[in-house]
Design a protein around this ligand. Sequence first.
Ligand SMILES: *[C@@H]1O[C@H](CO)[C@@H](O)[C@H](O)[C@H]1NC(C)=O
Ligand SMILES: *[C@@H]1O[C@H](CO)[C@@H](O)[C@H](O)[C@H]1NC(C)=O
Ligand SMILES: *[C@@H]1O[C@H](CO)[C@@H](O)[C@H](O)[C@H]1NC(C)=O
Ligand SMILES: *[C@@H]1O[C@H](CO)[C@@H](O)[C@H](O)[C@H]1NC(C)=O
Ligand SMILES: *[C@@H]1O[C@H](CO)[C@@H](O)[C@H](O)[C@H]1NC(C)=O
Ligand SMILES: *[C@@H]1O[C@H](CO)[C@@H](O)[C@H](O)[C@H]1NC(C)=O
Ligand SMILES: *[C@@H]1O[C@H](CO)[C@@H](O)[C@H](O)[C@H]1NC(C)=O
Ligand SMILES: *[C@@H]1O[C@H](CO)[C@@H](O)[C@H](O)[C@H]1NC(C)=O
Ligand SMILES: *[C@@H]1O[C@H](CO)[C@@H](O)[C@H](O)[C@H]1NC(C)=O
Ligand SMILES: *[C@@H]1O[C@H](CO)[C@@H](O)[C@H](O)[C@H]1NC(C)=O
Ligand SMILES: *[C@@H]1O[C@H](CO)[C@@H](O)[C@H](O)[C@H]1NC(C)=O
Ligand SMILES: *[C@@H]1O[C@H](CO)[C@@H](O)[C@H](O)[C@H]1NC(C)=O
Length: 843
Amino acid sequence: MLLKCCFLLHILAFTLLSLNITVFAREEAKALVRWEKSFSPSLCSLKSWSLDNLENLCNWTGIVCSSQFTVSEINLSNCNIDGTLDNLDFTSFPNLTTFNLKDNNFIGSIPSSIGSLSKLTFLDLSNNSFEGIIPPAIGRLTELKHISFSNNQLNGIVPYEIGNLQKVQFLDFGWNYLGNGGWSKFRSMPSLSHLSLSNNNFTSGFPVFVPKCLNLTYLDLSANLFTGQIPESLFSNLGKLEVLDLHSNLITGYLPQSLTNLSKLTTFDVGNNSLSGNIFLGSVPYWTTLEVLSLWGNYFTGEIPSEIGGLTNLKYLQLYINDFSGSIPPKIGNLSYLTKLDLSFNHLSGPITPTIGNLSNLEFLRLDRNNLAGEIPFEIGKLKLLESLDLSENRLSGPLPTWISNLRRLEELYLTENKFSGKIPWDVLPTSLRKLWLFNNSFEGPISSTIGNISNISFLLLCSNKLTGQIPSSICNLSSLEFLHLSNNILEGTIPECLGNFSFLRVLRLNANRFQSLTPRTFAKDCAIEYLNLNSNQLEGTLPQSITNCQYLQFLDLGNNYVQDYFPSWTETLPKLRVIILRSNRFHGTIPATKMKFPFPKLQIFDISHNEFGGRLPMRYLKNFKSMKNVKENGTQTSDWYTDSQESMTLVFKGSEFQVVKILKSFTAIDLSNNRFCGNISDSIGKISSLRYLNLSHNSLTGHIPTSIGYLTVLESLDLSSNHLTGEIPEPLTTLTFLSVLNISHNYLVGRIPQSGGQFPTFENSSFMGNSGLCGYPLTKKCEDDEKQELPQEVHHDDGGDGILDGMTWQSVLMGYGFGTLFGIVLGHFILIKWPNLYRMFF
Ligand SMILES: *[C@@H]1O[C@H](CO)[C@@H](O)[C@H](O)[C@H]1NC(C)=O
Ligand SMILES: *[C@@H]1O[C@H](CO)[C@@H](O)[C@H](O)[C@H]1NC(C)=O
Ligand SMILES: *[C@@H]1O[C@H](CO)[C@@H](O)[C@H](O)[C@H]1NC(C)=O
Ligand SMILES: *[C@@H]1O[C@H](CO)[C@@H](O)[C@H](O)[C@H]1NC(C)=O
Ligand SMILES: *[C@@H]1O[C@H](CO)[C@@H](O)[C@H](O)[C@H]1NC(C)=O
Ligand SMILES: *[C@@H]1O[C@H](CO)[C@@H](O)[C@H](O)[C@H]1NC(C)=O
Ligand SMILES: *[C@@H]1O[C@H](CO)[C@@H](O)[C@H](O)[C@H]1NC(C)=O
Ligand SMILES: *[C@@H]1O[C@H](CO)[C@@H](O)[C@H](O)[C@H]1NC(C)=O
Ligand SMILES: *[C@@H]1O[C@H](CO)[C@@H](O)[C@H](O)[C@H]1NC(C)=O
Ligand SMILES: *[C@@H]1O[C@H](CO)[C@@H](O)[C@H](O)[C@H]1NC(C)=O
Ligand SMILES: *[C@@H]1O[C@H](CO)[C@@H](O)[C@H](O)[C@H]1NC(C)=O
Ligand SMILES: *[C@@H]1O[C@H](CO)[C@@H](O)[C@H](O)[C@H]1NC(C)=O
């Protein structure tokens, strides 16, 4: 009886329990299904999430139950879900311990009702697009051990209620837009060991609660706007710290000596701040656990302390961009685990210490931009794992030694702007090389045919040396070439035909050599060349028409050669061409009328000066240069030309790694000077309304200066000198407010020089001389109504081309000497090296 009763009771209890279970489970399942309806997962199938499948709730995708058949975990991480939390009824999950939505696309705010998940220990909403504030109700989740909201768009302050999370060990609010809160109201969080507030908008002083979190091992406050000094309390209290990352803030002051109290530190990063003074390292041993020491981008001074050699576990040592001076301490050679050593951009002098050769794990060595002198010590040849070596911009001399062959993994070798000399050891260059930058040294001798061995090379920059002889045909092996710079050498002969076939070649600079024939004759259909500079050679012959296969060509410079050809009107179809320079050749003939509506659609610089072109001015071309017309000054749109790049025009390569040539978008120039053009300057000149530089001097132009020239409202320089122009100076010329250079000398102009308006009062008499009919200031000749009509004198035309504007050609404008700095163009040979390096350094 008793037994039976017991049995019945048992049954009853069981039934009640399972009834309960079903009720709670049904609640939870309903809440989940309602939530799921509002979003679309794409990586995880949520087919199981259905009320028909209620009995399997604990086996639904991403759901885990506790032993009581209630949902304890919701884990939808990395499901690529587009959704919100608006439809989720948090009160349905009283026993939830884990809520994980990491790596999805949830949007909207984090609802306050999340505060009802009172058993929650793990909350991860990172890497979504949540916005709005962090609800203070989070402070009610007092069981939380792990909380991450990183990589969202949360803003506002961090509510002080977060300090109630006394059990929290891991807290990551990085990569949001959070700003300062009332840090003083925060309690310390005694269990906290991992804290990241990086990449937010926190300003002013450090959060005061941090030094009170005595269990911290990982502290990342990087990439904020924290100012002031690093509080000493960080170092005196937080003895367990292993990672201290404060990089990219506005921190000032010195490194305190107590820093060495942090005896467990593995990473210390204060890069990219405004710290100064000497770096104290106290006495060894300490910091023997340190693996990463990053002090780059500060104002540290003094010598690199020799004690640095005591940091025996160091793997990364980043001291670049500081004001360190003195020599490299030999003890640096004790850091035998070092894989990356960067001392660039300092004022280090003396020789390169040979002990660097002891760093047998080194993969990356940068000593560039210092004042190091002497030869490269042969011990560097022992660094068998070296992949990148940068010694550029020092005062190093001597040869590039043959031990370079030992560096079998070397991919990047930068020795630019030093005083290296002798022959390049072509025979033994590591075949692993991808980038060989040797420009601006005194390397000499011919390029050996063994150059064909470095067949992985993509950047071969040998310009500004004293290389002689011909380019060997084995260069045709180097089909990965993207940049070939051989300019400013003494190379001669022919340019190998195969360069026209390289499918990756984007920049070809062969200017300032003694190449003789205009090759390659054939550019392949997939020609990728964007920049072609053959200026200042001895090239003869005609221009190969297959250059139109180079549909990406932006810059074409054939100036200062002996090319004998008609105007290459077929280049007008090149869709990206921005600069064409044919000056100082033997181009001749008339310039035929174009058939295209908009020839040269992107052209900004058209320089065909110093040739033998004749006939009338090619107005059909000029007036239809689309990118010289109606370009809204530094505006954001109008011509489509504005939409395809940012502020300044750059050739961007490999994910913006290289800024090769930088031309401001709004610089425009037309130079037809020193030819044999005749006839009038047509009124349609006024249509090139965005022109900044116009030079038609030293031709045989006749007629009046058209009044429409007043429409060239941004014109900065106008040279019409040494022609046969007649009539008066048109009044509209005085309205050009940017005009700072004017030369209309040596024509047959008459009448009074306008005395007011625009820049006119600032022009000197050299602008007007040689026009015997002109009078008034600044010329000495007075205008008098009753003055006897003077006979025009013989005008002296200086055919030598040494015009008054010498030193004021558009090229000099570009170099920034002239008035046009603002709209200048930067084509410096080596600009491309300096800044790319800076860029490279950051990665
Ligand atoms: C859970 O579901 C999977 C399929 O989603 C199934 O293979 C497995 O048998 C189920 N487990 C239980 C215990 O129902
Ligand atoms: C969530 O699920 C993912 C993959 O399904 C798993 O790797 C991760 O450990 C889970 N996280 C938690 C906190 O349960
Ligand atoms: C939550 O879990 C506790 C035990 O941990 C259990 O007693 C309780 O019934 C559960 N609550 C619900 C609603 O399932
Ligand atoms: C963020 O999540 C996406 C998938 O939604 C993933 O591809 C990406 O790697 C994640 N980013 C980070 C920083 O974890
Ligand atoms: C501090 O961390 C250690 C382990 O890292 C842990 O054992 C200890 O309980 C923590 N202290 C507090 C107060 O949570
Ligand atoms: C970041 O802070 C600055 C200055 O405190 C403020 O001007 C800016 O709007 C803030 N940015 C965001 C995204 O909150
Ligand atoms: C250096 O810090 C500034 C802000 O102080 C930031 O804009 C910049 O991106 C940081 N540079 C790097 C390379 O982290
Ligand atoms: C920290 O360093 C300072 C100065 O170096 C020293 O006086 C102090 O005793 C150290 N504190 C601890 C806790 O080691
Ligand atoms: C560090 O290098 C010096 C020589 O430069 C050597 O005498 C010393 O023993 C080395 N110390 C360690 C710990 O290797
Ligand atoms: C370190 O380099 C120096 C000079 O190259 C050498 O004399 C010394 O033996 C090297 N020390 C070790 C430990 O390799
Ligand atoms: C070459 O280097 C010298 C000094 O090292 C420097 O003055 C010169 O400007 C450099 N030339 C170029 C083209 O960068
Ligand atoms: C354009 O540049 C001028 C100065 O050259 C400047 O005053 C003006 O604000 C700029 N306009 C825009 C829209 O950037």
